[in-house]
Design a protein around this ligand. Structure first.
Ligand code: ZN
Length: 598
């Protein structure tokens, strides 16, 4: 048992653990369904842009005689109101009533009434998402490690860290604490910097009120000081600092800031392909964004990226191929050298070969999802199986990488194929599966059959799905905000590429916003999961610095029946309530991409 699970235990179970006796069976504190007292109105708490994205009202049906109309009124003016019809909708995640008021474009602050229940007030205004950006950008300042953050924490972890393999001290001070804890994972905190640099690209001309480029680049520079230190002499990238020895939580603590004392934390010197590829992507992006303001620093980062590039054969998992494709694209943008273009195109072909373009698993309804290629079966005598790609943090990276290729190499022979692959992924997988529930969210992934003893929803043939991660497979399961926001990013990017096409990519923008709306309150709990925005924010699992404005928690997870669960009772449950960097990164990246749609 690690420290995380220890902290989750009900107090009654603790004495038995401390004395080594078997305790009572522990009921997981969050594994219960939506409480009866929760609001029935599920509407995102920010509101809507006048002309981009659908405006959907979802009301959970909790009685046999549900209301059939809603009242919408402008709460800043007594004159404007209208009454609309509610339509009964049967789908996954419970019976609901829905209404579409997309045609309302009048800018104002509104409230909806259904029966005697009021919604959270919400805006229709063009900057309704954009005006939130300073908070999530500011989140990273709270998470800075190795410096004094006034009002948050004194200077910390100046003794980071000692190598796990040989005990040698290496200066890896800096970076960001990753979550509601003090650990410094590389993959997801590098994603922070990548998202911030994409924000600078997407909002090329900041307006008053936007995060400034100077502020964003200063944050990236802070993070990257640590990432550069995590490169070994062979060019490869170490896995994490303070992630914990043997999968435990033992490094998750403040230290005395003195090198060589027993509280020093550890560097995990393990090296994996995904980490190297993410590092190259980041350094090539840093090179481009800093070239004008600090050319020496930009060159230094590019050299570091090239060392990591040259240290790898660029193979591996579907996720590794996706990141290597992105890395090749960014190196080409930084250098214009043909070798990176050629390698990007080769990687794109490998990535396309991992897409299920045929109808697999005895069905003819769903295709276009990514797979891990042929994997050994659990039964050694059976032939290898093609398993759907499942990753709740990086689900959209394979398709996103193909969009980068499509945008960058406009005369490449594969260009149409890249676009077609992503269109199939969206039109024949993500959009149809999102229509199986009234909230429009995309389930966490596809499965073949029932891999673990819990509910898998039948889809077609042997294909099944769960909205939420399996909870009977392993200790690690959690809320799916990164999954939803990563899919939002992909759909947003595709909408931007299609904005001049007939229909203007409208369905893709709709898909993107509905994923983000779930995070911001349009969910069965009526809870906004970003601190400092919306209402009914559950208290985050943030055991060291408390509330962080702009922090986004892991989000709604599921129980064994795949019904939504969320800790609203201060159980400090990390699975649903812990802050985690990638949720903030994808929020900034996807919202700023959607700002490119006028
Ligand atoms: Zn620290």
């Amino acid at each position: 048992m690690d420290r995380r699970s220890f902290f989750m235990l009900p107090a009654a179970a603790v004495p038995a653990l401390l004395t080594g006796q078997a305790g009572p069976a522990v009921q997981d504190p969050v594994e219960k369904d939506v409480p009866r007292t929760t609001p029935t109105i599920a509407l995102n708490h920010l509101g809507f842009r006048p002309g981009v994205g659908r405006k959907m009202l979802v009301v959970r049906m909790t009685s046999a005689n549900p209301p059939d109309r809603f009242l919408l009124r402008d709460i800043g003016s007594s004159n404007f109101r209208f009454i609309g019809d509610l339509t009964s909708t049967r789908g996954d995640l419970g019976p609901c009533l829905t209404a579409d008021f997309t045609d309302l474009r009048r800018e104002a602050i509104y409230q909806i009434n259904v029966g005697d229940e009021h919604s959270v007030p919400f805006f229709i205004r063009e900057d309704v998402w954009r005006r939130t950006l300073p908070k999530p950008v500011g989140y990273y300042r709270y998470q800075r490690c190795g410096v004094d953050v006034p009002g948050v924490h004194p200077i910390c972890h100046l003794d980071d860290a000692r190598r796990r393999d040989n005990g040698e001290h290496v200066n890896v001070v800096g970076g960001w604490h990753d979550a509601g804890d003090l650990r410094k994972w590389m993959d997801v905190t590098m994603l922070n910097a990548i998202a911030l640099l994409n924000l600078v690209h997407n909002i090329a001309n900041p307006r008053p009120g936007d995060p400034t480029h100077e502020q964003v680049l200063d944050e990236v520079w802070h993070g990257n000081r640590y990432f550069l230190k995590m490169q070994d002499t062979d060019g490869k990238i170490w896995h994490d600092t303070a992630g914990g020895v043997n999968g435990d939580n033992s490094d998750n603590h403040w230290t005395d800031n003195i090198v060589g004392t027993p509280d020093d934390r550890y560097i995990n010197t393990r090296k994996i392909e995904e980490m190297g590829a993410t590092f190259v992507t980041l350094q090539a992006l840093v090179n481009q964004r800093f070239a004008a303001s600090d050319s020496a620093y930009a060159r230094l980062c590019l050299r570091a990226g090239l060392r990591a590039w040259n240290a790898s054969a660029r193979q591996g998992s579907t996720l590794a191929l996706a990141w290597w494709t992105l890395a090749a694209c960014e190196l080409y943008r930084a250098t214009f050298q043909t070798e990176y273009r050629n390698e990007a195109i080769r990687l794109g072909r490998d990535l396309m070969a991992r897409q299920a373009t045929a109808f697999l698993a005895d069905q003819r309804e769903i295709r276009g999802y990514w797979t891990e290629g042929k994997q050994p079966s659990e039964d050694p005598s059976a032939p290898p199986q093609v398993r759907p790609y499942f990753n709740v943090v990086f689900p959209a990276m394979p398709a996103y990488a193909l969009l980068e290729l499509h945008e960058l190499f406009r005369d490449a022979p594969d260009r149409t194929r890249w676009n077609d692959a992503v269109r199939m992924h969206l039109d024949e997988y993500l959009i149809p599966i999102s229509q199986r529930n009234p909230y429009g969210i995309i389930p966490s992934g596809l499965f073949v059959g029932q891999p673990t003893p819990e509910t898998y929803r039948p889809l077609a043939g042997q294909l099944t799905y769960r909205y939420f991660m399996p909870v009977r497979k392993q200790f690690w399961w959690q809320g799916i905000n990164s999954h939803l926001e990563s899919c939002a990013l992909l759909a947003a990017r595709f909408a931007v590429l299609e904005k001049n096409a007939p229909g203007a990519g409208k369905q893709y923008a709709d898909l993107a916003y509905r994923q983000l709306e779930w995070v911001m309150g349009a969910n069965p709990f009526g809870a906004c999961m970003m601190t400092g925005e919306g209402m009914r924010n559950p208290y985050p699992h943030s055991r060291f610095v408390g509330l962080i404005p702009g922090g986004i928690m892991n989000g709604i997870a599921g129980n064994a029946e795949d019904q939504p669960v969320l800790d609203e009772a201060y159980a400090i449950d990390w699975r649903t309530n812990e802050y985690w960097s990638p949720h903030v990164a994808y929020y900034l990246w996807s919202v700023s991409t959607l700002e490119m749609l006028a």
